[in-house]
Design a protein around this ligand. Structure first.
Ligand SMILES: Cc1cc2nc3c(=O)[nH]c(=O)nc-3n(C[C@H](O)[C@H](O)[C@H](O)COP(=O)(O)O)c2cc1C
Length: 248
């Protein structure tokens, strides 16, 4: 490793050590970040099939874990809206809203902060026009952010594995709003964000497998390009992880 790179990594670890983050900056007058980013006024909101009404999926858990693998090739078959609802429920679904507006979800999150927004580049989901959507976790609904033609070129060019994204039925991008986590944990929040993202994607792998939807995690994206096409400033909100999905 280059010595400068090593220094940056070491500085990050030192700056985010628990000893350095004893005083949460909550009292420092930081604005409380909203628990979820609302849909823009007048945006098209599409309710998803109720998670409670989705068919039960019975699995052999050990087999599920042992057979999980990254799938990079997909059939042309569409996902159903129920499939998408199920994948979103398993990855970011809100099980309970707490009195202070926080949530309990189907994934763990440090301090229950759930500092993610889920963006979906949808190409093959029955009943949905291809385009960029965002999951409204508290409403279990989608909001349309842009039509496919508006963003296709820039979106695909944001990934090293451009073809894998191009051939997927849905590409997930998890963006983080670090303020939600920072307010509680200070600099250490920047570790928890990346740890939390891992849990989300692992649930996507496992959930996908139970309904014959192949998944491949994506860490190799061009940060600036992807943030730009998603309309994120790269600081207050930035893309942290992604995954492709498609019928096997
Ligand atoms: C953090 C992370 C980032 C990854 N990024 C990519 C990626 O950008 N492109 C890709 O094709 N696979 C990516 N993968 C998938 C790995 O290559 C894959 O998990 C690994 O080769 C092991 O194979 P398996 O998942 O089938 O067990 C990523 C996996 C993880 C956990």
């Amino acid at each position: 490793m280059e010595s400068t790179e090593k220094n940056i990594a070491q500085r990050f670890l030192r700056a985010t050590a628990l000893e350095q983050s004893m005083d949460p900056p909550a009292a420092a007058g930081l604005e409380e970040s909203l628990a979820a980013k609302p849909a823009a006024a007048g945006a098209t909101v599409i309710p998803l099939p109720e998670p409670g009404l989705l068919p039960d999926v019975n699995v052999n858990f050990l087999e599920l874990v042992e057979l999980r693998s990254s799938i990079r090739q997909y059939s042309q078959e569409e996902l159903s809206l129920e499939d998408l609802s199920y994948l979103l429920w398993c990855t970011q679904g809100v099980k309970m809203v707490l009195p202070n507006g926080d949530s309990r979800r189907n994934v763990p999150s440090a301090g229950g902060r759930h500092a993610f927004e889920t963006y979906l580049y949808i190409q093959r989901v029955a009943g949905l026009a291809p385009g960029l959507y965002r999951f409204l976790a508290f409403d279990h609904a989608l909001v349309l952010e842009a039509g496919k033609e508006e963003i296709e070129e820039a979106f695909l060019a944001s990934f090293k594995a451009e073809n894998m994204v191009k051939n997927s039925a849905v590409a997930f991008v998890w963006a983080t709003i670090p303020g939600r986590m920072y307010r509680r944990f200070g600099n250490r929040a920047y570790r928890y964000l990346f740890l939390d993202a891992g849990h989300v994607c692992e649930n996507l792998y496992l959930a996908g497998q139970t309904i014959h939807v192949g998944i491949c995690a994506i860490g190799a994206f061009y940060d600036d390009k992807l943030n730009r096409v998603l309309g994120l400033d790269g600081e207050e909100e930035f893309a942290i992880y992604g995954a492709t999905a498609g019928k096997m």
